[in-house]
Design a protein around this ligand. Structure first.
Ligand SMILES: *Cc1c(COP(=O)(O)O)cnc(C)c1O
Length: 355
């Protein structure tokens, strides 16, 4: 039976990405060697990283003065690299979920942190609004998509200070005004590639202004200067990322991805809103188009495990909600075909009919 992959991360990748990467594992660029056993400094691999960088710049319309890095350590490493490199005295953070909490914890090691607003009291079910970001902070950090809670900021906030964003789970799902940012970072395993590489888009002028020594590997300038080749980069995930980027371009670029993502999300949210037994957990105006969180209504709560079982029998994988929200979470990233979303909706309707 065809599996419908709703895992939150690592998560679904396009067939194009998986097949081309598998081919390169067997025979990379006609070299007769595997992608896994060739020098990262070979001309064949250098071409891969250069093309991947150029495609990120093209697809996201990255302006001059910014660099695109491919680093290890996951998005979690960026929680400390950002303040290490950018936080002199004070930074502002928006607390919208577990990942934001983790980022705040690291920033506090480097300076004063002003948590300008939080939705913690409501289990992060909405995005705070009407907060003020002070003018005297070094940057304002936010998480564009809260993977665990299914809320999303689908815009580049208007503030007087530089922005920093964790876009791990919604990068490439909408056009971004990169010029507003000092740093954008995203772990690959949600919308791009297998785990192991993190994309960092960094404004070169934002670097070199902090009064502290930075360990070589944690200093963005090291990786800017060496083109992400200071040490051995994660070659296989970078190759896979290049395939995904090519695929996005082939399909029509980021605007087209956004159109498809909006359409898929609407299909699922409409079904939830029309249902008598399911109900969404995120505030409707802040709903994520990447991670759709829903539960059973109070009077049907005891049916939750039965629904998971039924959905599993219909080929659905990974729809169990995160333990901090419960219920269900369908992650419908860029690579998710509309037909899988329709299959989930059909499964929900059939289950509802039986009860
Ligand atoms: C998954 C995720 C992370 C953590 O990524 P790692 O690569 O595991 O460190 C951070 N932020 C967001 C928004 C995520 O979705």
């Amino acid at each position: 039976m065809k599996k419908h992959n709703f895992y939150a991360g690592p998560s679904i990748l396009s067939e194009f990405t998986i097949k081309n990467t598998a081919d390169a594992v067997l025979n990379f660029a006609g070299t007769g060697l595997s992608l896994m056993e060739i020098s990262h400094r070979s001309k064949e691999f250098t071409a891969v990283i250069e093309e991947a960088k150029a495609l990120v710049k093209e697809l996201l319309e990255v302006p001059a003065g910014y660099d695109v890095l491919f680093l290890g350590g996951g998005a979690s490493m960026q929680f400390c690299m950002v303040p290490y490199n950018l936080l002199n005295k004070k930074a502002a953070y928006l607390e919208t979920g577990t990942w934001a909490v983790n980022a705040i914890k690291e920033a506090k090691l480097f300076g004063e942190v002003d948590v300008v607003a939080s939705s913690k009291e409501a289990n992060f079910s909405y995005i705070p609004k009407g907060y003020t970001v002070p003018d005297d902070v070094d940057y304002f950090h936010f998480t564009s998509n809260n993977t665990i809670y299914g809320t999303e900021m689908r815009f580049d906030p208007d503030v007087k200070v530089p922005l920093v964003a964790d876009m791990s789970s919604d990068i490439f799902s909408r056009p971004i005004d990169v010029s507003k940012y000092d740093v954008i970072y995203a772990g690959a395993q949600k919308n791009l590639a297998p785990a192991g590489v993190t994309i960092v888009i960094v404004k070169e002028d934002a670097l070199g202004h902090v009064n502290r020594a930075i360990p070589t590997m944690l200093d963005y300038r090291t990786h800017v200067k060496k083109g992400s080749m200071f040490n051995t980069p994660p070659c296989l995930p970078i190759y896979a990322a290049l395939q995904t980027l090519k695929y996005y371009k082939e399909l029509g670029g980021i605007k087209e991805m956004e159109k498809r993502d909006l359409e898929k999300a609407a299909i699922l949210y409409d079904a939830i809103d029309a249902s008598k037994i399911f109900v969404g957990t995120a505030a409707p105006e802040d709903r994520s188009i990447m991670n759709v969180c829903f539960v059973m209504r109070e009077e049907y709560k005891d049916l939750e495990s039965e629904f998971i079982e039924f959905a599993t029998s219909q080929g659905m994988v990974g729809i169990k909600g995160h333990r901090s929200v419960g219920g269900f979470r369908a992650s419908i990233y860029n690579a998710m075909p509309k037909s899988s979303v329709e299959a989930l909706v059909a499964t929900m309707k059939e289950f509802e009919k039986k009860h």
